[in-house]
Design a protein around this ligand. Sequence first.
Ligand code: ARG
Length: 357
Amino acid sequence: MVSTMEEVAIEYLTQYYTENELPELDRRVNEVRKMIKQTGTYVHTRGELAYGAKLAWRNSNRCIGRLFWERLNILDERSLNTEQGVAQALFRHIEYATNKGKVIPTITVFKQGSRIRIWNHQLIRYAGYQHGEYVVGDPASIELTQICEQLGWQGAGTDFDLLPLVISIDGKEPIWFKIPDDLMMEVELRHPKYAAFELLQLKWYAVPIISDMRMEIGGLTYYSAPFNGWYMGTEIGARNLADEYRYNRLEQVADVLGIETKKESFLWRDEALVELNKAVLHSFQSANVSIVDHHTAAKQFQQFIKAEEKQGRKTTGDWTWLIPPMSPAQTRIFHQSFENEWQSPNFYYEKAPYEVD
Ligand code: ARG
């Protein structure tokens, strides 16, 4: 059964008022009912928006970092309606969330319903170039990189070219904006013990800001609502730099560290993974950039489950995503099971604007 906007709105308002013990729910419900009748939609107060965004995080079944859901900071940019304005707001997000390394979980919310679209998967991400057989940069970015080039952008052609922001409004031609260099923070990777690791010349950016999901709260859709937390080390060390279809650097790590790769049964991949991940955590920590290791994150997730239980809520989750990609069985999560039930408010995948059907 499909529920109407009114029903979904009332359901959310009830949750917002109840969980926060706010007075006069009825007054607000009547007001929203009237607005929907007259205009076909309604507008969230700042409080409703802020709490809805927090709930969208709390309900993100794939996220291991949800203990901190109440600490999400909301940047309300709902009044903006130009590509330039949006780009400036995204620059502000990057600076605010990066916070010189002490990362602040942040979401920027643009106008509901309006087709403000950010074409980037994350506000900060590296370009990828296909050169025949092999790829320079991040293979995950090849398509967007080509689009940027078609729009007139040109990268230096290194493994770590920062992509520009690509923004479109109402289906118009997208406009690209270079992110000022001083806004983005990067961490060069070194190993705490082995100086040779630096020969790899690896680095990664400080803050992952997902920018291609839509947020739904109380029947309203926010097509652009980029959000970030801080990194968990394995995202970089066990996936971005290690996956065969990403930077695929394990063999090189093994090479510079002198790890014997002749036989799979030497477990050289595992050894290289551990060293690479130690380097990621060590480098972020030395640079005073927020990061969490997967064992600590898994413990924090157990705290989240407990806190939710205390409030009479059962934690839903997507086990396949919650378990970390390294030593998963060493975390409690591996031995638990979760109902992967979808709750609103939440974030949803949205087809990229450049994917035509
Ligand atoms: N896994 C993604 C990446 O490596 C980032 C996803 C969000 N991660 C986070 N810690 N909030 O870039």
